[in-house]
Design a protein around this ligand. Structure first.
Ligand SMILES: NC(=O)c1ccc[n+]([C@@H]2O[C@H](COP(=O)([O-])OP(=O)(O)OC[C@H]3O[C@@H](n4cnc5c(N)ncnc54)[C@H](O)[C@@H]3O)[C@@H](O)[C@H]2O)c1
Ligand SMILES: OC[C@H](O)C(O)[C@@H](O)CO
Length: 356
């Protein structure tokens, strides 16, 4: 296999170049170098491809290697690495916290201000590269039961596991999942894995809900676009057969009216977790929340334990994510995978980085 480090860099909206970057070298004895196998396309990649970034943007002066959902094969290990060896197949956790700050020490490393998250401008390069160096404890060995393609799904599934753990979901509880995209589907599956008594999935797209029913045991609901969030919440409760409402709501659209519907349909004493990220400012029905003592939580990526749990559940087929993987594009056609996702084609489109 060649030792090149061909990488896909974004220079601005719609502008990528494939360039040979320096081959990484082990400097810290606890690091490993991974030969990237597959990279998944996430909505944020499409946003970068279309707009060049979110708040911080790439530029001609500071182009960025894209990609953060990835799997690969260990290529080289530092002298202190004992848990991995060359040839091991791994899922990659793509954000590296400082490990020293107050939040890291409090076990909330996803909130670390010094986080270096893959494909985060201006300077943290991502995983769309042949060779990627990471701390060994952020590379998770995958069992034989999981393919390298499926291992890409550990990243978005960790988002879902993080949300369900934040909710403190208890066995038997009634769960509402809003949004039937990758994150919603995986959140519904995580809720089932954590023992939800019932799961209702909501989306405005009927086809997405048809798929949800094939992926996870759930009821589905399409909100009425001409109704208010209060009215949709009442209809939702009736459709779920719940007089009081849902014990746990996992909001996975980022859309304001959806969050409002979710809050109105939560039971008194219920927990609402905002996982979707949409417009920066949105209004919430605070009076209704006060009268129900709703617990509102917000979720950002994943933290300690989430990757391990997500990997164990996926390895046990809870859920089986094969049906979420819609296509695989060759590395040099990465932009086609972004375009497919932009057109709404498929659920998880992959890019194959490794040479056959
Ligand atoms: N919190 C985090 O760390 C984190 C991590 C990853 C993604 N996200 C966010 O999670 C959200 C979902 O991500 P995804 O990849 O599944 O996106 P997606 O676009 O694939 O799915 C969103 C779904 O919401 C549906 N939808 C849109 N408006 C709706 C409405 N009013 N009511 C019900 N459904 C509606 C869409 O039809 C779509 O199926 C995004 O906002 C994304 O930014 C958050
Ligand atoms: O799963 C993690 C998310 O996709 C990331 O935060 C991404 O949206 C941008 O960095």
């Amino acid at each position: 296999m060649s030792e090149d480090n061909l990488s896909c860099l974004l220079y601005g909206p719609g502008r990528v170049k494939f360039e040979h970057r320096p081959v990484p070298e082990i400097a810290d004895a606890h690091d490993v170098i991974i030969r990237i196998a597959y990279v998944g396309v996430c909505g944020s990649d499409v946003h970068f491809w279309t707009h060049g970034g979110v708040s911080r943007k790439v530029s001609d002066e500071a182009p960025l290697v894209m990609g953060h959902e990835a799997s690969g094969i260990v290529h080289e290990v530092g002298s202190q690495v004992t848990a991995l060896k060359p040839g091991d197949r791994v899922a990659i956790e793509p954000g590296f916290p400082c490990r020293r700050c107050r939040l890291c020490k409090a076990g909330r490393y996803n909130l670390c201000r010094g986080m270096k998250f893959a494909a985060d401008p201006p300077s943290t390069h991502g995983t769309l590269t042949r060779l990627f160096k990471i701390p060994a404890d952020f590379a998770y060995k995958i069992p034989d039961s999981l393919s390298l393609q499926e291992a890409v799904m550990v990243e978005p599934f960790s988002v879902a596991v993080h949300g369900v753990r934040l909710a403190g979901l208890e066995p038997g509880q009634a769960v509402l999942v809003q949004g039937s995209g990758t994150i919603g589907l995986l959140s519904a599956a995580a809720a089932v894995a954590y023992g939800a008594g019932s799961v209702m999935v909501v989306d405005i797209n009927e086809k997405k809900l048809d798929f949800a029913k094939t992926f996870v045991e759930c009821k589905t609901f399409i909100p009425d676009a001409s109704s208010t969030p209060e009215a949709n919440a009442e209809k939702l409760k009736v459709a779920a057969g719940l007089e009081d409402g849902f014990d746990v709501v996992l909001e996975c659209t980022g859309v304001e009216s959806s969050a409002q519907t979710g809050l109105f349909s939560s039971a008194a004493g219920g927990v609402f977790v905002q996982i979707g990220m949409g417009r920066p400012k949105q209004s919430l029905p605070l009076l209704d929340m006060c009268e129900k003592e709703t617990t509102l939580k917000t979720a950002f990526r994943y933290g300690p334990g989430d990757y391990e749990i997500a990997l164990k559940l996926l390895a046990a087929g809870k859920p089986n994510v094969k049906s979420l993987i819609s296509s695989t594009s060759p590395f040099q056609e990465a932009t086609e995978a972004w375009e497919k996702t932009k057109r709404g084609e498929g659920i998880k489109n992959l890019i194959q980085v490794a040479e056959d």
